[in-house]
Design a protein around this ligand. Sequence first.
Ligand SMILES: Nc1ncnc2c1ncn2[C@@H]1O[C@H](COP(=O)(O)OP(=O)(O)OP(=O)(O)O)[C@@H](O)[C@H]1O
Ligand SMILES: [Zn+2]
Length: 620
Amino acid sequence: MRDSSVKRSLGTDLTTMVKTSRVLLVGAGGIGCELLKNLVLTGFGEIHIVDLDTIDLSNLNRQFLFRHEHIKKSKALVAKEVAQKFRPDVKLEAYHANIMDKEFSIDWFESFTVIFNALDNLAARRYVNRMCLAAGVPLIESGTTGFNGQVQVIRKGETECYDCTPKEVPKTFAICTIRSTPSQPIHCIVWAKSWLLPELFGTGEDEATEIQADENTDNATEIAELRKEAFDMRELREALGTDEGYRKVFQKIFGKDIERLKNMEDMWKTRQKPQLLDFEVLDQKLSSIDPAIATKDQTTWTVEENFAVFRNSFNRLSNRLKELQAETDGGEPPILTFDKDDVDTLDFVAATANLRAIAFHIETKSKFDVKQMAGNIIPAIATTNAMTAGLCVLQSFKVLQQDMVHAKTVFLERSGARAINSESLNPPNPDCPVCSVPQIRVEIDPEVATVNDLVEGVLRMELGYSGEISLAIPGQVIYDVDCEDNLEKKLSNWGIRKGSFLTVKDDTIDDEKDLRVDIEIIIVEQSKSSSNGAMEVEDFKPAKLQKLIDIPLQPKPQLAAQPSPEPAASTNGDSVTGKRKREGSSDLTNEHNAKRIASTSVNEPIVLDDDDEGAITIDD
Ligand SMILES: Nc1ncnc2c1ncn2[C@@H]1O[C@H](COP(=O)(O)OP(=O)(O)OP(=O)(O)O)[C@@H](O)[C@H]1O
Ligand SMILES: [Zn+2]
């Protein structure tokens, strides 16, 4: 029954394509749960689900596959179990794992027809984008923030990839703003969450991504002072769990430290000096504060109320840490880290951030607001997720049908005249640092292959590099003219194995010679024929190029504008007008205003139509 109605909507051909596809869903959160339900009910034959997280109480309002009894269980496994009940005949596979783990090889990515990203962070999105490009598998990328949503179709060589356009990076704050001169509530919240809490209950070696070392040399003395202050802080940890603990900590961070800052006259020429908070005065008023104040999360607390929540949460965290320490024998010392859903850490961050705000004459925030700001919470709206997940599936139909000309980037927004808008796909950005780099695959035997096997055997012998070259893994050069010593070392020394990426640069210094563009090596497993006994021993190579490619040359720097007889047809698709076109196909962007007509024929695909203004209407 269900199959026949799907067939009526999609047509026989598309229904068959859907049924025989093997797809990967990365992320089983807000969009992921909706998408899994859609994929299962549309009849996708085989669906693999990866998610590294466990289910949290706060997920239940929108991640509808999960119920209260699933809290703390794996998202991927529960999502699979629940979705399987919708259609027992669909093959579902779940992995409670990080998609960036090496166990997910390029070969494995390659085994999928389409991959769907339903993630919530830049690093994982970038990683999957790169793997899909390397594996040549189409990717449907999606994301939502509040009422806004976006679906992007990515296909190697045909469309923009995720990194073809620069992405906004999360906001960071200078260390001195956080530690010495806060001027906004967020500065106090980041201080409490990423400095104070780790100093007292964590490792103390705070590597919070939100706080950036300040390059300004004028602040060198201040930074040295801050280091000393951190050292004093570590001493305070001894007082955790004692009756005196909260007094010692309070008197240091809201007394001694503020006093020191106050005395740095230069700092307050254009700012209001901070004020000390008096421990004795606040401590005497403690008995008059209702202990239930911490549960009133929508009101802004008074200084006395913040003090009471500070004392209470500090003691709860201290006791927890002591208990953990008692349970651990040997190994890594236990730590407590911030989690917006861990009420003890949230109370501590809210109260100490507010006390700091009061000391610096900054507005205080309710616990509810602190939770949003400290947890980087962007309101998640179930309907936006559901619509976005639906659009992902509609776009995947275009990909399955190889109809990239009609695939779209789709936007959901509330501000415009329409809720759903779309744009034709852009061709790849020729300057993209990710997808414009030529890739080669090299098969290695990780146990024996050395840097020399790669440099001499593959780059020089097989690919014909003759001048100077360098070879790097992310963040580290492993070979260049100055580190010949590394040639005899095994690639495994740097953790290079199946799935690793290396960059090759042509460093030849010769004005007469054309330099090659940078290329990327992807390490793959040795194919059976090269590793089994069928191969003659003398033919065995620990590193071997899988397929020869032509490596383009770097464009020569133009000294003066030369008149060109013809517009260059080979500049990566750049037309003379400066508008990028896709090579060797009809211009995707010119399809933008094409009006397509809804069809009700049984064998015709579902209707996803543009009108003249580029918005999508969905008919059936
Ligand atoms: N590297 C990764 N590998 C696998 N899954 C990931 C990875 N990074 C993020 N995820 C998963 O992607 C999903 C994103 O879903 P969503 O945006 O709804 O976030 P959430 O964590 O469920 O919700 P919230 O952040 O509001 O608590 C999460 O379930 C998260 O665990
Ligand atoms: Zn790109």
